[in-house]
Design a protein around this ligand. Structure first.
Ligand SMILES: NC(=O)C1=CN([C@@H]2O[C@H](COP(=O)(O)OP(=O)(O)OC[C@H]3O[C@@H](n4cnc5c(N)ncnc54)[C@H](O)[C@@H]3O)[C@@H](O)[C@H]2O)[C@H](O)CC1
Ligand code: K
Length: 517
C-alpha cells in the first residue's frame, strides 16, 4: 500500500474532482459514513450511546458533520462542538454544517468559559469521542483552544476515534508539539495512510489504523508517482519462493560474511547464523586468522576462513588477494558486523568493496570505512545495500544525527540516488531508501528488538536473501520484513528481554508462514 504526504493526498482529491468529476462533497459523504460505521462498530452493543464530537471548520470537521448525521439517524445522541471561525468553513464543510443544524440542536460553538464547562460535561457523559478537529490541513503549532480541547479529550480518555489523523499529529513527519495530540483508540484514515501517522511520535497517537478508500479511483491510489510504500505482507508475499525439490546447498545462496574482531566475535556468529536460518545453503565466515580457533569451536554449520590480519583479529588489506580469486564461490558478500575499526581493516574494506564483482551488503564498521567518502560506493560492481543505524548514517554523510532525524526521508532518498545504494536505515521505524526515489516503511518490529546484535542479524538475513537470487531492493525489503516479523514473534514471550538469538530462532517460522506455496 502506498503512503502519502498531505500534499499528495490533496492532489489525489483534486484529480478525483477534476479528472473524474467526483465532487468533494461526495468524498466527504463517503468519509463521514465510513467514520460513523467505525463508531458504531467500536461501541458494539451500545446502540443509543452518547457521542462527543469535536469538529474544526475544515474538511476534517466536514467529515465529522457527516458522521454526526449518520449517527443521529442510527439513534445515537450526539453533542458536537465546533472549534474555529464559523465564517471560515470550507465549502463542503459548510454544506454539511448547515444540514446538521437542520437535524440537531446539539451543535455548540465554544466562545465562553461556560461553553468549556459544557464540553467537560458532555465529555464526562459520553460513551465515545470522535475527533474531527483537524487532519492533513493542520500546520503546527496548534492554536491554544485546540490544545485545550485535545487535552480535555485525553483527560476524559473515552473510547476515541480520530478522523484521518489524530488532531495534533503533523501529516508529513508525524511531529507532535508538547505531546499534545488526541490519543486515539482507532484512526480511520481516508484514501491512503499519511506518512505522519506511521512515524513516531505521531504513530503513538494513532491506535489501530483503518484505511478507507472512500471510493477514490484505484488508479489514483496506485499512482506510480507516489513512491512511498508500506513494507507489509501484501508487498512481499510473492518475493520468497518455496524451496524447489531439486535444491542443493549450492543452489540456495552462498554467503561470505567478513566479520568479527577481538571483543566482537558475537556479531560474526549472529550474522552468519542469521544467514543460515534465513535459508542460505552455504555460509562462510572470513575473519582474522588468530580468531580462527574461537570460531571453529563455536560454529558447526558455518565454514570459517582465516584471513591475513594486521593486529590480532584485525583483517588486513592482504585479505583482498586471498578472497578475490575465490569470489565465484559466493553469491553475496556481507562486510562489517563486529569487524572493528583498525585502519588496516578499514583500508581492506574500501579496497575489497571496490574490486569485488559480487553483490555486497555493508553493515556497521564497513559503513564507517566510507565515512565522508560515500561517493566511492558508486564504484561497487553491483548496487550495494547499506544497513546503517541513524548514527552510522549520519557519520557516513558527515552530518549531525539531529539534522538527519529532522529530514531523514529526504536525506535517505537523496543519498540513495546520489550514491546508487539501497539504504536500510534502522530506527524505531526502519526505512528502505532506493536510488529510484522509492522509500519503503516497515510495519513490523517492536522496541524489544533494540538489543545488541539485532542489526547483525538483519545484515545476515538480507545477505542470505540477496545471495538467494532476490534483487537488491527486494532482498532489503524482504529482510526488513522477515526480521521485524521474527522480532514480533520473539516479543510474544515478553518484549523486554528479547535478545538477537531469539530473533534468529523465529526466522524459520516466519519464512514458513510467507514462503510462496
Ligand atoms: N483524503 C480525502 O480524499 C479526503 C479527505 N477529507 C478530509 O479533509 C481533511 C483535510 O481538510 P482541510 O480542510 O484541508 O484541513 P483540515 O480540516 O485537516 O484542517 C483545517 C482545520 O484545522 C484548523 N487548523 C489548521 N491548523 C491549525 C493549528 N495549527 N491549530 C489549530 N487548528 C488548526 C483549521 O482552522 C481548520 O479548522 C482531511 O484530513 C480529511 O479528513 C475530505 O473530507 C474528504 C476527502
Ligand atoms: K482528526
Amino acid at each position: 500500500m502506498r503512503i502519502v504526504t498531505a500534499m499528495q493526498m490533496k492532489n489525489i482529491d483534486k484529480a478525483a474532482i477534476e479528472d473524474y468529476g467526483i465532487q468533494e462533497i461526495v468524498l466527504m459523504e463517503n468519509a463521514g459514513t465510513a467514520v460513523a460505521k467505525k463508531v458504531e462498530e467500536m461501541l458494539g452493543n451500545i446502540h443509543n450511546g452518547d457521542i462527543f464530537i469535536a469538529a474544526g471548520t475544515g474538511n476534517n470537521g466536514g467529515d465529522a458533520f457527516v458522521a454526526a448525521r449518520q449517527l443521529l439517524n442510527h439513534g445515537f445522541k450526539v453533542k458536537l462542538f465546533v472549534l474555529g471561525d464559523k465564517n471560515h468553513f470550507t465549502a463542503s464543510a459548510k454544506i454539511n454544517y448547515d444540514i446538521l443544524h437542520k437535524i440537531s440542536n446539539e451543535i455548540y460553538e465554544i466562545e465562553t468559559d461556560h461553553d468549556w464547562d459544557k464540553v467537560k460535561m458532555a465529555l464526562s457523559l459520553s460513551n465515545a469521542v470522535l475527533d474531527g478537529l483537524c487532519g492533513t490541513g493542520m500546520k503546527l503549532p496548534l492554536r491554544a483552544e485546540h490544545k485545550k480541547m485535545i487535552n480535555l479529550i485525553n483527560k476524559y480518555s473515552k473510547k476515541t476515534i480520530a478522523i484521518d489523523l489524530p488532531s495534533g499529529v503533523e501529516a508529513d513527519r508525524g511531529e507532535v508539539e508538547d505531546d499534545c495530540a488526541v490519543k486515539a483508540d482507532f484512526t480511520v484514515t481516508l484514501g491512503l495512510p499519511k506518512i505522519g501517522s506511521l512515524l513516531y511520535p505521531g504513530a503513538a497517537f494513532v491506535g489501530q489504523m483503518q484505511v478507507e478508500d472512500i471510493n477514490l479511483p484505484a488508479a489514483l491510489l496506485n499512482d506510480i508517482n507516489i513512491c512511498h510504500k508500506l513494507i507489509d505482507y501484501d508487498l512481499i508475499k510473492n518475493y520468497l519462493p518455496a524451496r524447489p525439490m531439486d535444491a542443493y546447498k549450492g543452489s540456495c545462496g552462498r554467503v561470505l560474511a567478513i566479520a568479527g574482531s577481538v571483543g566482537y566475535t558475537g556479531a560474526a556468529v549472529l550474522c552468519t547464523k542469521a544467514a543460515l536460518k534465513t535459508g542460505a545453503g552455504l555460509v562462510t565466515l572470513g575473519t582474522g586468522e588468530s580468531l580462527y580457533d574461537i570460531f571453529a569451536e563455536k560454529l558447526l554449520e558455518i565454514m570459517v576462513k582465516p584471513l591475513p590480519e594486521a593486529d590480532k583479529g584485525a583483517v588486513s588489506t592482504a585479505a583482498v588477494d586471498v578472497i578475490l580469486p575465490r569470489e565465484e564461490s559466493y553469491d553475496a558478500i556481507l562486510l562489517g558486523p563486529g569487524l572493528g575499526r583498525n585502519p588496516a581493516t578499514l583500508d581492506f574494506v574500501q579496497k575489497f568493496a571496490l574490486q569485488v564483482k559480487k553483490p555486497l551488503v555493508l553493515d556497521a564498521d564497513a559503513i564507517f570505512a566510507f565515512a565522508g567518502q560515500a561517493e566511492k560506493l558508486k564504484q561497487c560492481a553491483h548496487m550495494p545495500i547499506l544497513t546503517p543505524h541513524l548514527g552510522e548514517f549520519a557519520n557516513l554523510l558527515q552530518i549531525k544525527v539531529k539534522d538527519l532525524k529532522h529530514n531523514l526521508w529526504q536525506y535517505a532518498q537523496e543519498s540513495a540516488k546520489e550514491y546508487n545504494c539501497v539504504f536500510v536505515v534502522k530506527s524505531e521505524k526502519t526505512i528502505v531508501a532506493c536510488p529510484d526515489g522509492q522509500i519503503f516503511l516497515t510495519t513490523v518490529g517492536n522496541p524489544g528488538m533494540a538489543t545488541a546484535g539485532s542489526g547483525d542479524v538483519l545484515a545476515g538475513m538480507i545477505t542470505a536473501l540477496r545471495a538467494d537470487k532476490l534483487n537488491t531492493i527486494k532482498a532489503a525489503i524482504a529482510g526488513v520484513y522477515l526480521h521485524g516479523k521474527a522480532g514480533d514473534l520473539a516479543a510474544q514471550e515478553g518484549m523486554v528481554g528479547v535478545i538477537a538469538s531469539d530473533i534468529i530462532n523465529k526466522v524459520q517460522m516466519v519464512r514458513k508462514s510467507i514462503d510462496v506455496k
